[in-house]
Design a protein around this ligand. Structure first.
Ligand code: BGC
Length: 930
């Protein structure tokens, strides 16, 4: 086989001038990312996408060559394989801070060949920093112990407190100047930087890039990310200045539910090294220790609380050469560790969208309120022409109250979400950089006259993942639901997967456990969640517990010995599995396998040793069975079951859902997880482990049924969600199953045809109904508009997913729940997979199944997904009983389309047998009557 790079260059060229290209390679990625700058991975994985105009295209062979300059460090040779994702580097040891060029050559089954190239740059690996940590002169932040979570203040108390605060305990951000000289035009110039706190980097007065909130949120004690900046083109001849603004962030700022400061430290600082390489090979190092610091216009900036900016204090040239910094203070070197400092893995947080508010409202009580028309996580910037000294106040909130007045719906300490801007003279613009808010409405005070909406821009920030999934139907309400799910995902993927962007912003493990499959469909979350899983492993306790919140903030560690909960901690099993299914990433299973085993061993031990109430009165048989039932300890249970929390905005009602269901949900989830563990072990070739978990799962199921399920298929814990979890996880005998289904059907009917599911059952709800001859019920739940339901929220004007189904009551009473929680949006995945009919029949969509639910009540649905192999799609239309189905299958994959016997393929050479048509890549059309 031969294929010369020149051929491909020619193809690229022809493509540019518009001639159809037959066969080419796109999306060259290393560790899920394009052209990464700074990767501390010794054996990175390569992937690419094949594009071909020809049907039934499969890769037959590939070859990868990796070079550092002229030196070839890896030549894979020609590998006869269709593998085009997750190919691990197996060459010479990679050197730190080096650019590697990689070239891939691919051959297909039609005799074509293509070549493509890309590059990545390694990080520092174990290279020692040639600078110490430094800190600007500062007053340490005081760690004011806040009330523990369960003693949170009342709504009145919280709002009262907000009014009277003077922000005296907040300190200014620090401005750092690091002047340096360049001798000649640099070949390359990089800055490696991180911080205790958050920082924004500048070079010669310009932002070094548009990333935000670096070094982002990780389990800092073991993993603090550094960022790499390419400043080659930003250097000036002679004198240059690196500038850095430093603020509290997650390090010492007020975070989490309690709003407590100093979760990691009380003083902020940075670690920075600049590295200039000249054409003659000389390397010049710029040390962060050379910095001088001062304060400036940012009087304080807290991630949650907001920012106060006094434009009169600006020094426009603070980051430029020639600025007089004689009054600035030298920074102070610190002997802090660097072992925890590793290159950022995954896409940075960036502004991803900007738009103007839809309206400036005057509320009934006369407030001026911007309406963005969309609930977001981000900030508002503005331009104003004003005299000096005006204080403009921007308060952010997600909702208006029932009368249409501004309402700060988030109760608790340090949930102000308020920015202050003090004007200088003339035309000026402002945008906060170290804070963000969860909001749709902004109350503006202090503005001279009435503001025009054109003066404002709303900016959405998020970890910059690629959007890969789309879903559109003939029903605008369903489309809005899908949009709401996307928006809640974007708002809750700022560095880590969070519960909500205004009240807590922490990595509640249960929320992502339920949502990971949907998240992985909407956007490419591979690197993002892989990084978060590393934090899960870091935070795992020595006894195997995975905490309820990751990174595990100190403020959340107030529950003694117990750090975990069923469903929440199970994220360590469910999230890697979701990534494996979506992206075919087997390494994420391997990487987390030991942590899964440890967690499962903890659970096993809890089940074996835990004695439920009344244990002493049990007979021997029942006592014996308890070994397989995880029915002790605290769990959040089927969190937020609507019938227990609707019309009850009190936080205590939430806890009722835990108390009512924890004893039954934990043993049921024990079954769920052992089954998953058996599958994971099987995938990894751990056959002994697989049979162990299969066996254990059987015993758990038997014990569960004997202990809890009555002959008539009911349980004492008579909740919809419990039946759903049982039906999904084989916690019912064949005889009981029809009775349980009939009972569930009746319960839903008696609940006005509405669901009554919490966090841990909702993810199974629609599948359980469809798999048990109740698809009609699933569809009616989907289109239900009464509370609680997905479309109820849509009907009430939701633009994101709500935490509680009835956060706004049918009577329009507005509660203090969050309006931006993605957990109940996990139906998104069912919509694409079942209504849209696009399914991964093999991990990563190497084998695709198309099986749309054309009888669901919609007239049409169109689903596309950029799979790891390329764009797949299913589009169906139903008109007068005739279904038209168009299917798109990417190169290097195959698929089956499930069809009724009477279906006809437009391409008559296709065979439909046993309700199935097997196809290769390409686009196809089918038609049939229903
Ligand atoms: C969070 C949830 C989380 C839960 C634990 C809430 O305060 O916002 O989403 O999972 O606590 O039950």
């Amino acid at each position: 086989m031969s294929c010369r790079p020149e051929e491909n260059r020619q193809i690229d060229h022809r493509e540019r001038i518009g001639i159809m290209c037959e066969f080419r390679i796109t999306d060259l990625k290393v560790e899920h990312q394009r052209e990464v700058l700074g990767l501390d991975i010794a054996h990175p994985r390569f992937s690419w996408i094949l594009k071909s105009e020809q049907k039934n295209t499969m890769q037959t062979a590939y070859q990868i060559v990796v070079k550092a300059g002229e030196e070839t460090v890896w030549h894979s040779q020609v590998c006869k394989s269709s593998q085009s994702i997750e190919i691990e580097y197996a060459g010479k040891e990679l050197k730190p801070m080096t650019v590697y060029l990689w070239q891939v050559t691919v051959w297909d089954n039609h005799g074509h060949c293509a070549v493509a190239e890309s590059h990545w740059e390694t990080g520092r690996f174990t290279e020692l920093w040639q600078s110490l940590w430094v800190e600007p002169l500062q007053q340490p932040t005081e760690k004011i112990k806040q009330k523990p979570i369960h003693e949170l203040m009342s709504e009145e108390e919280a709002n009262h407190k907000k009014e009277e605060r003077d922000y005296a305990e907040f300190f200014p951000a620090h401005y750092i100047r690091i002047p340096f000289k360049v001798k000649a035009t640099a070949k390359t110039a990089r800055i490696y930087a991180t911080a205790h706190g958050i920082y924004q980097l500048y070079i010669n007065g310009e932002p070094a890039d548009d990333r935000r909130l670096a070094p982002e949120m990780t389990s800092y004690q073991s993993l603090l990310q550094y960022q790499v900046y390419d400043i080659t083109d930003k250097l000036l001849p002679g004198e240059n200045v690196i500038g850095l603004i430093l603020s509290d962030g997650w390090w010492s700022g007020r975070v989490g539910l309690t709003g407590e400061a100093c979760q990691y430290g009380s003083t902020i600082g940075y670690l920075l090294e600049g590295r200039i390489v000249y054409p003659d090979g000389e390397v010049e190092i710029i040390s962060g220790e050379k910095g001088v610091s001062a304060t400036g216009p940012i009087c304080y900036s807290d991630l949650f609380v907001g920012e106060r900016y006094d434009a009169r204090l600006e020094n426009p040239d603070w980051c430029k050469a020639g600025y007089d910094d004689t009054n600035w203070q030298p920074v102070i070197p610190k002997d802090y560790p660097t072992e925890n400092v590793k290159a950022q893995y995954g896409e940075p947080v960036r502004p991803i969208l900007s738009f103007q508010p839809t309206a400036v409202l005057t509320t009934p009580v006369g407030e001026t309120v911007l309406d963005l028309g969309q609930n977001i996580a981000g900030y508002v910037s503005f331009t104003i022409n004003a005299p000096a000294g005006l204080t403009i106040k921007l308060e952010h909130s997600e909702v208006l109250d029932e009368n249409g007045n501004f309402l700060n719906n988030i109760i608790g300490v340090n949930k102000d979400q308020t920015d202050y801007y003090i004007t200088k003279e003339g035309e000026q613009s402002y945008q906060p950089i170290f804070t963000y808010h969860g909001f749709r409405y902004v109350k503006i005070s202090g503005w001279p006259g009435t503001p025009e909406k054109q003066a404002f821009t709303a900016t959405v920030i998020s970890s910059e993942m690629e959007d890969i999934g789309t879903f559109e139907t003939s029903d605008e309400r369903i489309n809005r639901l899908q949009k709401n799910i996307w928006w809640s995902q974007v708002a809750n993927t700022i560095s880590i997967p969070t519960d909500c962007p205004q009240r807590e912003r922490v990595g509640w493990t249960g929320d992502i456990m339920a949502f990971a499959p949907t998240m992985s469909f909407n956007r490419n979350a591979a690197a993002f969640l892989t990084r978060w899983l590393e934090c899960c492993r870091i935070e795992q306790r020595s006894d195997g517990q995975i905490p309820i919140v990751v990174p595990y903030l100190e403020a959340y560690q107030n529950n003694g010995e117990s750090h975990s909960s069923c469903g929440w901690s199970d994220a360590i099993v469910a999230v890697p599995w979701a990534l494996y299914q979506a992206y075919g990433d087997e390494q994420v299973l391997r990487e987390n396998y030991q942590a899964m085993l440890k967690w499962m061993a903890y659970v096993e031990n809890q089940a074996e040793t835990g004695k439920p109430d009344g244990y002493d009165t049990f007979d021997e048989v029942r006592k014996e069975r308890q070994k397989y039932l995880w029915n002790t300890g605290f769990h959040f249970g089927d969190w937020l079951i609507p019938s227990l929390v609707l019309n009850n905005s009190d936080g205590k009602a939430m806890m009722q859902t835990a108390t009512a269901t924890m004893g039954i949900v934990a043993p049921a989830y024990y079954a769920f997880n052992t089954a998953k563990m058996a599958e994971i072990a099987e995938t990894l070739g751990r056959t002994d482990d697989a049979s162990y978990y299969r066996e254990l799962n059987k015993k758990i199921r038997t014990a569960f049924i004997e202990e809890y399920v009555h002959e008539d298929g009911t349980l004492d814990a008579n909740f919809q969600g419990i039946y759903i979890i049982c039906l999904k996880n084989g916690l019912v005998t064949d005889e009981q199953r029809p009775k349980m289904i009939a009972h569930l059907r009746k319960m839903i009917a008696e609940n006005n045809g509405c669901l009554d599911t919490g966090f841990l059952s909702i993810l199974f709800l629609m599948d359980v109904l469809c798999e048990n001859d109740c698809a009609d019920v699933a569809y009616s739940l989907l289109f239900q508009e009464q509370c609680p339901s997905w479309l109820y929220q849509v009907k009430k004007g939701a633009t994101t997913m709500w935490e509680s189904w009835g956060a706004i009551t049918p009577e329009d009473k507005v509660s203090s729940y969050s309006y931006n929680h993605y957990a109940f949006g996990c139906v998104g995945e069912w919509l694409y997979r079942v209504v849209g009919g696009l399914q991964a029949a093999a991990p990563g969509y190497k084998y695709i199944r198309i099986a749309p639910a054309v009888d669901c009540g919609l007239k049409s649905a169109r689903t596309t997904l950029k799979t790891p192999y390329g764009l797949a799609g299913a589009e169906w239309k139903l008109e007068n009983g005739t279904v038209e189905l168009k299917v798109m299958i990417p190169a290097n994959t195959t698929a089956e389309v499930q069809l009724p016997e009477q279906a006809i393929a437009v391409d008559s050479s296709l065979k439909i047998a046993d309700g199935c048509c097997r196809i290769g890549s390409g686009t196809y059309q089918f038609t049939y009557q229903i």
